[in-house]
Design a protein around this ligand. Structure first.
Ligand code: BES
Ligand code: ZN
Length: 980
């Protein structure tokens, strides 16, 4: 990949730097393109900020601004996958625009439908425009003496709360926070005070801001001069996490005021806000640790604040602490001063302007190693017994930081960057500015126990969070609907940087798998467009899903239109190719697992601008990749000459699936005869596409099996991983459906295809990284399914390890296979658990816990899940992984679901409704169901819960997945009986 020219680095309009509210929120004018996207009722929303109605689909905004977003985003992605090879870029001139440029002319029927939709939408606008302004806000009323009664919510004290919306009013903006905190790691409580300097945009009597679970004891307001601090009444409205500080006199436009609030609270026992963590020190003594996790909406539970990403301000943080502990925050420490006996106060330098969700502090007893680079001091922190595992992270961070500074041509702006290994963290890592927090397993690298896979993932997480220091921290999405601007770009840069700096890690293969996974999710009706309207905290948390992270698209040529089709439409296209001589017909439609009759019209109206790429038998090297922009429903491509075969979506650089119709046969023959004519990624792509099409009923499963018949000749990791993934999906479903015989026939088939490959694996850590990863995967699979004598070798190694009392070191890449085999016996399981308690390597512990969770002993499985939920002997951060492993196995899958049902309240309390962890738990614990009875069961369980639970995207996805599994079985079971 080539660096993109720096003059192209501009911010997308809806990413903000240090200015606020200069621009209106997003409006996509689909009225101009009625054929693109059907207008859905839930897309009509009232936008509080600008006191005017915005309808996604019918805005008053000009299209161009929005198009700029996509264009700028695409430019930032100028180094996109389309541009990887310069030869390909040179080839871009081969893109042909269709004759009329963009949308095809709508048919009369479409015109009529669109007109009707327009009329309804305009009527809706009128109704909504007139109603809520006067219903909810005083300021919004056009006519001052309007007679409609105002409806305000009630504050906790019974008085009217003067603001009714989830998002804060824009008449007051914060400029600076002075925050003083005193956490007490004995009482596990904290007290605090915050002074917020605000600026008044519109005259008002109230300052509405966020606060959650804080016991506020005093509020005052001081005017600009700062002389008169006046007590102020404050009202609380917990449903929206808001408080309103009522000014004793009107707050004047353009003036600054200081709001001063004193409060106290408890350190949280969830993973959000300012939370406590207990851990054992080197002497096995229980110790406490306090850390923060604010993204997306938990800063408000540590201090009253304007907790929306656009409200950027500077922060001066002071923390009072026990003199034996230490503290860290976003900025370097400025001074430490004594407070009282044994208590000192750390003061940090004033921060840059930043969003509240990026504020962070840690109070603990940590050790670190550091190195200076480009005038910034990079340090990696861990609890003392883990200090010997931080070196890899420091080296990697320094390399990555240098790379990003050179690449973006913007220096990392802070004097220090701390990376901290936190003993209990819900997510993998969090990009707090200057103080990145990591799960221990995502930062620590131990040369004895960390595998090739672990090395890759530690590197990837660091690369991702460092990319956020620019994408997200320096420039930030204005609102959570555009989370993809943060996460999508950070994910892109993560892989880009890894390929540049650590080519030996072959991270491109992981990117491929990531896209495959995103597509599985995006093919469901319950998917959402990359940019979606969100308001409530559950909806905001739900934005952190695979789509915000992965679906970004190829930005080239007419990027404005192109990007829009990928960002505002959910799902992705299926491209069907028919070849007749030199003539290739291509057509696109929406790819859908389940066709729902009520969605026919809307599904048919989807249209993407797809930068198709293809190679042919006449020239199949990367430098002769051809390209064609498909911006119509269908088109004809004429080749210069007739070819033996054609393969689209070169190296899977595009986000679409291809159906070759009759030509599948040609590709199957090609793989059989000469599979290396295609790249490993192309081979993986074909395997993925044909199995997907078989699931859809568009291609036969027989063909899919025929295509993978060449696998015994395959030696590349990407196609083998994809084949094993597809076959495991089928195996798992058959097994849970009670089709054991068929499942074991499938396993024989897998053995026939991959048996030799499994036998060839050595039980060592030798070889290139990609081979080592393949070895881990194949041996873990073989030992899990008890094939190819895997367990014999693994058990022998396990016994030697037990006999040495765990002192001999096992090769890290095969460790999981060895532990999995060992944990099959009761003694082995007990020994492994004992070693789990005493291990100081998180890399080793995560392999142990997976092995423990793969036992067939149901009592042990229940014990593991319960203990992980309690968090005493097994950390609660492990629970979703344990549930994932348990729910894959035959003895465990029903247990896992029962466990989720029984503990739903506790789970959602600990992990939050909508969080990535809850999404995963829902998905894993239901993914193996393929019967109508289970479908009903899952539906009725979530219906019996709160509306917020049943309305979760992940619940809808789970239900659709079960429906898909049922349909898959109905379609393919008979065929499988014949095939296997
Ligand atoms: N910003 C996220 C962390 C986050 C996730 C906060 C969800 C709040 C809700 C962070 O940058 C992130 O993406 N972390 C990933 C790891 C990354 C390598 C993909 C994670 O935690 O899994
Ligand atoms: Zn991220």
């Amino acid at each position: 990949m080539q660096p993109f020219p720096s003059d192209q680095i501009q911010l997308p309009r809806n990413m903000i730097e240090n200015s606020m509210f200069e621009e209106e929120p997003d409006v996509v004018d689909l009225a101009k393109e009625p054929c693109l996207h059907p207008l859905e009722p839930d897309e009509v929303e009232y936008e509080p900020r600008s006191s005017r109605l915005l309808v996604r689909g019918l805005g008053e905004h000009e299209m161009d601004d929005d198009e700029e977003d996509y264009e700028s985003s695409a430019k930032l992605l100028g180094m996109s996958f389309m541009n990887r090879s310069s030869s390909l870029r040179n080839n871009m001139s081969v893109y042909r625009q269709s004759s009329n440029g963009s949308c095809s002319l709508p048919s009369t029927r479409t015109m009529v439908v669109c007109t009707v939709i327009l009329v309804i939408a305009v009527a809706l606008i009128m109704v909504i425009y007139l109603l809520p302004k006067c219903t909810f806000t005083k300021e919004g009323c056009h006519k001052r003496n309007h007679t409609i009664e105002l409806i305000y919510p009630l504050a906790t004290n019974g008085k009217l709360f003067p603001w009714a919306k989830i998002r804060l009013p824009s008449d007051v903006v914060p400029l600076h926070y002075d925050l003083v905190l005193q956490p007490n790691l004995t009482t596990l409580k904290f007290s605090g005070s915050v002074k917020i300097v605000v600026n008044i945009i519109h005259v008002t009597w109230k300052i509405v801001l966020h606060s959650s679970g804080l016991n506020i004891t005093k509020a005052t307001i001081t005017s600009a001069g700062g002389h008169q601090e006046k007590l102020a009444e404050f009202l609380e409205y917990p449903l929206h996490d808001q408080i309103a500080v009522m000014a004793p006199e009107a707050l004047l436009v353009g003036q600054n005021y200081t709001v001063n609030l004193a409060y106290s609270s408890k350190l949280s026992d969830t993973y959000y806000g300012f939370y406590k963590i207990s851990y054992k020190d080197e002497n096995l003594k229980q110790r406490w640790f306090a850390a923060t996790q604010f993204e997306p909406v938990a800063a408000r539970s540590a201090f009253p604040c304007f907790d929306e990403p656009a409200f950027k301000a500077t922060f001066l943080i002071k923390i009072k602490r026990d003199e034996k502990l230490s503290t860290m925050s976003n900025m370097p420490k400025k001074a430490t001063t004594p407070v009282t006996n044994g208590i000192v106060q750390d003061e940090f330098f004033v921060s840059l302007k930043m969003s509240t969700y990026l504020v962070a502090f840690v109070v603990a007893d940590l050790k670190n190693i550091s190195r200076e680079t480009n005038e910034s001091l990079v340090s990696v922190y861990a609890i003392p017994q883990h200090l010997n595992q931080v070196e890899y992270a420091l080296n990697t961070s320094v390399k990555l930081l240098e790379f990003y500074q050179n690449y973006f041509l913007i220096n990392y702006p802070l004097e220090k960057l701390d990376l901290v290994a936190i003993p209990d963290l819900q997510s993998g890592a969090m990009e707090n500015w200057g103080l990145i927090t990591f799960r221990e397993s995502a930062l620590l690298f131990d040369s004895h126990t960390s595998s090739a896979r672990d090395k890759k993932s530690v590197t990837a997480v660091i690369a991702h969070e460092l990319a956020h220091q620019w994408f997200g921290n320096l420039v930030t999405m204005e609102w959570w609907n555009d989370l993809w601007l943060n996460e999508g770009f950070a994910t892109f840069m993560e892989y880009f940087a890894m390929e540049e700096i650590f080519p030996e890690l072959h991270s491109d293969e992981d990117f491929l798998n990531l896209i495959f996974k995103a597509m599985m999710k995006d093919s469901l009706n319950s998917s959402h467009p990359v940019s979606s309207a969100v308001q409530s905290s559950e909806q905001i948390e739900e934005m952190f899903d695979a789509l915000s992270y992965i679906k970004i698209t190829n930005g080239t040529l007419d990027v404005k239109k192109l990007m829009k089709t990928w960002i505002v439409q959910k799902g992705f296209p299926l491209v069907t190719v028919v070849r007749k001589g030199k003539i290739i017909s291509v057509k696109q439609e929406k790819y859908l697992y389940l066709v729902e009759p009520e969605n026919w019209t809307s599904d048919a109206s989807y249209l993407w601008h797809i930068p198709l790429t293809y190679i042919t038998s006449s020239c199949n090297f990367t430098h002769c990749t051809n390209a064609y922009l498909l911006d119509q429903k269908s088109a004809i491509i004429e080749l210069p000459e007739e070819v033996e075969w054609i393969k689209f979506n070169v190296d899977m650089n595009g986000y679409y699936i291809v159906h070759y119709g009759e030509d599948w046969k040609t590709l199957i023959d090609l793989l059989k005869k000469n599979h290396t004519a295609l790249s490993p990624k192309d081979r993986a792509n074909l395997i993925n596409n044909i199995f997907n099409l078989a699931g859809l009923g568009k291609e036969s499963l027989e063909k899919a099996f025929e295509l993978i018949d060449y696998l015994n000749k395959e030696s590349s990791t990407a196609p083998l991983t994809q084949a094993l993934f597809q076959l495991s999906l089928i195996y798992n479903l058959l097994e849970k459906k009670g089709e054991q015989q068929l499942a074991s026939r499938l396993m024989h088939r897998i053995e026939r295809l991959l048996g030799d490959k499994i036998d060839q694996q050595s039980w060592t850590d030798d070889g290139a990284l990609s081979q080592r990863e393949l070895r881990s995967m194949l041996l873990a699979f073989a030992c899990t399914h008890d094939i190819r004598n895997c367990r014999t070798t693994a058990t022998e190694m396990f016994e030697k390890w037990v006999n040495s009392n765990g002192t001999i070191s096992l090769p890290s890449d095969v460790m999981k296979a060895v532990f999995t085999a060992g944990a099959k016996s009761s003694d082995g399981w007990d020994f492994l658990l004992k070693m789990y308690y005493s291990s100081v390597s998180e890399a080793e512990k995560s392999k142990m816990i997976e092995a423990l969770a793969s036992t067939d002993d149901v009592r042990k499985l229940i014990w593991l899940m319960q203990n992980s939920l309690e968090g005493e002997v097994i950390r609660t951060q492990e629970l979703s992984h344990i549930i994932a492993t348990v729910s894959q196995s035959l003895p465990g899958y029903l247990l896992a679901w029962d466990f989720v049902k029984e503990n739903w309240e506790k789970l959602t309390q600990k992990f939050h409704l909508g969080s990535y962890t809850i999404q995963n738990i829902i998905s894993w614990s239901t993914s193996q169901f393929a019967t109508k009875a289970h479908l009903m069961e899952v539906k009725s369980f979530f219906e019996s819960k709160s509306e917020q639970s049943s309305q979760l995207h992940s619940v809808k996805e789970a239900i659709e997945t079960i429906q898909f599994n049922i349909q898959w079985m109905e379609r393919n079971l008979a065929m499988l009986q014949e095939l296997l």
